[in-house]
Design a binder for this molecule. Structure first.
Ligand code: IPM
Ligand code: MG
Length: 356
């Protein structure tokens, strides 16, 4: 395999610690296989606001576009909460998603048998859950026209537009159906078609699209019902496909079913370079203390190998290594309970590295 260039964007808060941990794992796996990786660090989020006055410098965009994949930690923090909306740290993520054409966000929700006791659900309800949440990432209310708060006829008001085109729905539902074919052939499309026009278009196009996949069965749930079903009976789900905003909300809900949001990876893919990041935030309150759980980022690195470098075997090895370390009872602070062995961020990375 030729040399692959990975752009690493640590971001803010715990970003530095968790991306270092993942790079360490990537280096180890590369040394064990015929993959050559080079890493280039770039700034985004609050760190970039401090250095350049903008959350997403052109140099970072350019490097990301030219890279084979991007590994991101997390951005934002209270330090930058009061900056003007157009340079908020979150703009870094939204800008990267747009610039790289990342229209699909894959969030696998899988429960490690070793961590079942940490789930807020009863063991019988959660054991065996294996969901792939496919979130549309380049459209909807996140990118629709915004009117910041202003006086209109003497009343202060603000608005955000939820807008979807048929091709945008088609490409994300197609991707969800393709993913389902490699799993259990079931797609649940989530919308609010009883109220929203954009959801009625979504549902119509989803039906048309799924018809072209003979083996895949498509059903629909309203988002409020889906939120409830995820708690009541999460095992019913295989692939869930939904819009940008509903996907943001449902993926946090689904994530915590597994016990800790610190465990979950994500892949954002589309037209250009893929971007990989844990689904949790920058946790500024614990930054630099060795308390952060690096597993979400390490599993994101596994997804990077799988989706951007075609290195399925290497990805599987990382996932197995993580599971082994958990089974042996090693835990970062977020998952520590009496009887297990508490380890720091770096120690966790070292243990996983040792299994490779
Ligand atoms: C996520 C995050 C982002 C989002 C924020 C940081 C803009 O919550 O990736 O889920 O809302 O998409
Ligand atoms: Mg979110």
């Amino acid at each position: 395999m030729s040399e692959k260039n990975i752009v690493v964007i640590p971001g803010d808060g715990i970003g530095e610690e968790i991306t270092s941990a993942a790079v360490r794992i990537l280096n180890k796996i590369a040394s064990k296989s015929n993959i050559t990786l080079t890493f280039e660090k770039h700034l985004a989020g609050g760190a970039a606001i401090d250095a350049y006055g903008v959350p997403l410098p052109d140099s970072t965009i350019k490097a990301a576009k030219n890279a084979d994949a991007v590994l991101l930690g997390a951005v934002g923090g209270p330090k930058w909460d009061s900056v003007p909306p157009e340079i908020r740290a979150e703009k870094a993520i939204l800008g990267l998603r747009k610039e790289l054409g990342l229209y699909a966000n894959l969030r696998p929700i899988k429960v490690s048998e070793a961590l079942i006791e940490f789930s807020p659900l009863k063991a019988a309800a959660i054991s065996g859950v294996d969901i792939l949440l496919v979130r549309e990432l380049n459209g909807g209310i996140y990118y629709g026209a915004k009117n910041e708060a202003a006086m209109v006829n003497g009343v202060e008001q603000a608005s955000d537009l939820e807008i979807y085109s048929a091709p945008e729905v088609r490409r994300i539902v197609t991707l969800a159906c393709q993913a389902a074919k490699l799993r259990r052939n079931q797609v649940v499309s989530v919308d609010k078609a009883n109220v929203l026009a954009s959801s009625r278009l979504w549902r119509k196009v989803a039906n048309e699209t799924a018809k072209t996949f003979a083996d895949v069965s498509l059903s629909h749930l309203y988002v409020d019902n889906c939120a409830m079903q995820l708690i009541l009976a999460p095992k019913q789900f295989d692939v869930i496909v939904t819009n940008n905003l509903f996907g943001d909300i449902l993926s946090d809900e689904a994530a915590v079913l597994t016990g800790s949001i610190g465990m979950l990876p994500s892949a954002s893919i589309g037209d250009g370079t893929g971007l990989y990041e844990p689904i949790h935030g920058s946790a500024p309150d614990i930054a630099g203390l060795g308390l952060a759980n690096p597993v979400g980022t390490i599993l994101s690195a596994a997804m990077l190998l799988r989706y951007s470098l075609g290195a399925e075997q290497a990805a599987n090895q990382i996932e197995q290594a993580v599971e082994q370390v958990l089974v042996e009872g090693y835990r970062t602070a977020d998952l520590y309970k009496h009887g297990s062995t508490k380890v720091t961020t770096e120690e966790m990375a070292g243990l996983i590295e040792g299994k490779l």
